[in-house]
Design a protein around this ligand. Structure first.
Ligand SMILES: CC(C)(COP(=O)(O)OP(=O)(O)OC[C@H]1O[C@@H](n2cnc3c(N)ncnc32)[C@H](O)[C@@H]1OP(=O)(O)O)[C@@H](O)C(=O)NCCC(=O)NCCS
Length: 380
C-alpha cells in the first residue's frame, strides 16, 4: 500500500463496501434496519406475508400498486406461459447441467435467453422483463431434473408459480402447506433495496446495456457466498448439529473459536430481520406436516443458544434454510431459488433505472506510487 502522501488527496474518504452510501432514490422497497421494517411500495411485509402471493408481489413491484383481480389473473397467466424455455436454451442446459454448478448454468441460461428476445423500446420492456420471472423458474427446475438423470416436466400455467415450480422440480403434486411455504419464501425475498445483486444489475443497466446483460450481472453477483450462499451454509450447520441436544455445546465451541454462525447478523438490521419470523412459522408447519421436527427443533435450539451467547440478530437465511430443505430442495439449489424470487426485484429495479437513467460511475481514489519514470523494456 502506498503512503497517504502519494494518494490523490482532493477526493473524500472512500466508504469501504459503499457502506452508508445512498446511491439513488427508489419507489420499490423501504428498509428501516433499526426498527426491523421492510415494505414493498409502502405495503408492510407482514401483510404481504399473510395474504399475498408471489404473482401479486410481482404486480406490485411492476405497477407500484396492488392489482385488480383481472390484472392478477393476467399476471399469473403471463408468468405461467413464460415457464417454458426456447428449445435452443434447453439445449444449453442439456450441455451444462451436472457439469457445472446450478448457479453457473443459470447465469449462462439468462445470458442465452437474451438471444431470443428482440430489442424493444422502454415502454414495451416490462413484458420482456416479466418473461424472465417465469423462465428462471423453468430453468432451475430443468437444471435439477437433468443432472439427476430425470426427464424435465412441462409447465402447467393453470397452477400458481410456486406450486408449478415444485411440480416441475420434484415431479409430484405438493400439499397446500408446501406450495404456500414456497410462495411465502418467494414473496419475502422478492426485493430488498440496493443489495449487491440488485445494485450490480442497475450498474449494468445504467450503461444502457440490455436487460439480459443486467440480469446476467445480477445472477453472477448473487452467486457469491457473502450474498446468496448463506442459507446453504446454515442448513449444512443444522444438519451437522443434528439434534437440539447438541446445539448449546456446538454454538459455544463455535463462538469460543471466534467463527461466524451462518444465518445470524446483518449489515442493515439491528433487530431481527422482519422476514425471519414468517419463515420460521412456515418452516415449523412444513416439518410438522412431515412428521419429524428434529431438524426444525435443532434450528430453534441453535437460535436460542446463539442469542444467549451474543447479541446477534436472526437473518433471512436462517429459517429459509429449513424451509427450503423441508421442501426437499437440495442445498445447492438454495441460491438459484433465491434468484427465482429476486428476479422480480432485479427486473423492477432495472426498469426503474432505465426510466430515469444516469450512468453509475463512482470515483476511485488512487493510492499507488506517483510520478514514476518509464524505463524502456531493453533496459529492464
Ligand atoms: C451478514 C454479515 C456479513 C454482516 O457483517 P457486518 O455488518 O460487516 O458485521 P461485522 O462483520 O462487522 O460483525 C460485527 C460483530 O458481530 C460479530 N458477528 C457478526 N455476524 C456474526 C455471526 N454470524 N456469527 C458470529 N459473530 C458474528 C462479528 O464477529 C463482529 O464481532 P466483533 O465486533 O467482536 O469482532 C455478518 O453478520 C455475517 O457474516 N453473518 C453470517 C453470514 C450470513 O448469515 N449472511 C447472510 C446475511 S443476510
Amino acid at each position: 500500500m502506498a503512503s497517504r502522501s502519494e494518494a490523490s488527496t482532493a477526493l473524500p474518504e472512500p466508504s469501504k463496501g459503499l457502506s452508508g452510501i445512498v446511491a439513488a432514490d427508489t419507489t420499490l422497497s423501504f428498509i428501516d434496519g433499526e426498527k426491523g421494517i421492510l415494505k414493498y411500495c409502502g405495503y408492510g411485509i407482514d401483510d404481504l406475508a399473510a395474504s399475498s402471493s408471489f404473482e401479486e408481489v410481482v404486480c406490485l413491484l411492476y405497477d407500484r400498486s396492488l392489482p385488480s383481480r383481472e390484472r392478477l389473473a393476467g399476471m399469473r397467466a403471463r408468468i405461467g406461459a413464460a415457464r417454458v424455455l426456447p428449445s435452443e436454451v434447453k439445449q444449453v442446459i442439456e450441455q451444462l447441467a451436472g457439469r457445472t454448478s446450478p448457479m453457473s448454468t443459470l447465469r449462462t441460461v439468462v445470458s442465452a435467453l437474451g438471444h431470443y428476445e428482440s430489442n424493444v423500446p422502454l415502454k414495451e420492456l416490462p413484458p420482456k422483463a416479466l418473461r424472465l420471472v417465469g423462465q428462471i423458474a423453468a430453468a432451475v427446475a430443468m437444471i435439477h431434473r437433468l443432472r439427476e438423470g430425470q426427464a424435465p416436466i412441462e409447465a402447467n400455467p393453470e397452477r400458481g408459480h410456486a406450486a408449478d415450480f415444485l411440480h416441475m422440480l420434484l415431479g409430484r403434486e405438493v400439499t397446500e402447506t408446501q406450495a404456500r411455504a414456497l410462495d411465502l419464501y418467494l414473496i419475502l425475498l422478492a426485493d430488498h433495496g440496493f443489495n449487491a445483486s440488485t445494485f450490480s444489475g442497475r450498474v449494468t443497466a445504467g450503461t444502457l446495456a440490455n436487460l439480459h446483460s443486467a440480469i446476467t450481472s445480477s445472477v453472477g453477483t448473487l452467486s457469491g457466498p457473502l450474498h446468496g450462499g448463506a442459507n446453504e451454509k446454515a442448513m449444512e450447520m443444522i444438519i451437522k448439529v443434528g439434534s437440539p441436544d447438541n446445539a448449546a455445546e456446538w454454538v459455544a465451541e463455535r463462538i469460543a473459536a471466534k467463527k461466524r454462525i451462518m444465518g445470524f447478523g446483518h449489515r442493515v438490521y439491528k433487530v431481527d430481520d422482519p422476514r425471519a419470523p414468517h419463515l420460521k412459522a412456515s418452516s415449523r408447519a412444513l416439518w410438522e406436516e412431515r412428521g419429524d421436527t428434529t431438524l426444525f427443533e435443532t434450528s430453534v435450539a441453535i437460535e436460542q443458544a446463539v442469542k444467549a451467547a451474543k447479541p446477534l440478530i436472526t437473518n433471512v437465511d436462517f429459517y429459509s434454510a429449513t424451509l427450503l430443505y423441508g421442501l426437499d430442495i437440495p442445498t445447492d439449489l438454495f441460491t438459484p431459488l433465491f434468484a427465482m424470487s429476486r428476479v422480480a426485484g432485479w427486473t423492477a429495479h432495472v426498469l426503474e433505472q432505465y426510466g430515469d437513467n444516469r450512468l453509475i460511475r463512482p470515483r476511485a481514489r488512487y493510492v499507488g506510487k506517483a510520478d514514476r519514470t518509464y524505463v524502456p523494456l531493453k533496459q529492464r
